[in-house]
Design a protein around this ligand. Sequence first.
Ligand code: ADP
Length: 460
Amino acid sequence: MKKKVSLKWKLARTFLLFTVFLLCLLWVFQIALLKPMYQSYKRKTIENISSGIIQQLNRSNINDVIYDYSVRNDLCIRLMNSNQDVIAGNVGCVLYRLSNQDILYQGELAQSNGGRYFYQSNQNANYQTMILTSVVSANNQQSVLLVSAVVNPVDPTIQTLRMQIGYITVIVIFVVLLLVIWLNHTIVRPLDLITSEAEHLARGYYNPTFSADDYIEADKLNQTLISAAKEIHKADQAKKDLLANVSHDLRTPLTMISGYGEMMIDLPGEKTDENIQVIIDESKRLTNLVNDLLDYSKLEEQKIELHQEKFDISQVLKDVAKKYEIYQLKEGYQFHLEIPEGIIVYGDSFRIQQVLNNFIINAINYSDKKKQIDISMTLEEDNNVRISVRDYGIGIEQSKLKDIWDRYYKVDKQHVRFSHGSGIGLAIAKQILELHQVAFGVTSQVDVGSTFYFIMKRCK
Ligand code: ADP
């Protein structure tokens, strides 16, 4: 496994490596390559100037051209043929000292070398001279063109640079060390603070006092951890509530089942259909509760896959509503259905039924005295259908509307009617609707009622 290093060392190492790299570059270019680069620059210059003059040889004012080139580039230039001998440049320059004989000799050398001959005096000498001789023809005459440059000695410059770079190296390393210390203080210290607070969080202290806000990223991390702490606290609390609820919800039907069972054994006269029905109902309640818990954990771990296909949602709504007729008969609930015929949608009909069941059971549970429940489907623009379950019951406070979709959340923890309630019905519905990627929501007003809805695309 790769060895992990702390951010402190990473920063220090990166900065030092970068500094060493920059200093090396400086050494290589300023010291090792200065001389060859300068010489090659000089050679290029005289080559370019030669070519420039050769192109203008036929001009009548070639003397001026040569003079101009020599002054502007600090060069010595000489052009010689049988009619003229133009020399321009510093009077002391080497070309003034060459006799006609010497020039002709240079011309011959160039001739035998393909028209050009480059000469450079001893490279180790203090002052060097470069001469480029070209044999050219102008106005039907053969001419010899010599362009010469003095290569100034760079050794003293290199000595000076070496000294300067030495100082620069020391100063830069010192500044980089200070920079690393400062960065450590401003970047690493806040992270260390946040880490130690996060460790507290891991040990179950949910009220961290994060305080590192030196820069935006640390502040963001801070805020994220604070909200994570709140969420973890909420989830932890909700889990505790769930455990209490589930144990309560499990104990109630279990007590009923065993109580009725024992009573029927002890008192043979109590073996009535009603008492058996109580045992059956309570067992169903248990099964529902356990199924919900299993479903939710599967949905949470994303182990549930949708089996989507086209189905008749009108029929599904009617079938689901029919199951609740028993509430009409036994407890006087009024179900108002407003369902257009033959609407086809694409989705997992089993899971959509689960959502509808949750909405309807909640409507029953929280209806209070106004026992009317409207189950409707309306056609909307863009081929959408809105499926709603409305009750006229206790309603939900606006501030709680967002939370009711959270797992284990109950608006009123003391609410006694738990025919189904584990606090995860809406969390399951939310997961299913999100998997279907459909819009859903709730509108509600306290003591007026609630409408839970989702919107699906209608298939053609
Ligand atoms: P529960 O099993 O407690 O009903 P749900 O997840 O189905 O759990 O609902 C979460 C909470 O949302 C409920 O405890 C209740 O406070 C609130 N709630 C859900 N549906 C309604 C409704 N139709 N009217 C009022 N409150 C509701």
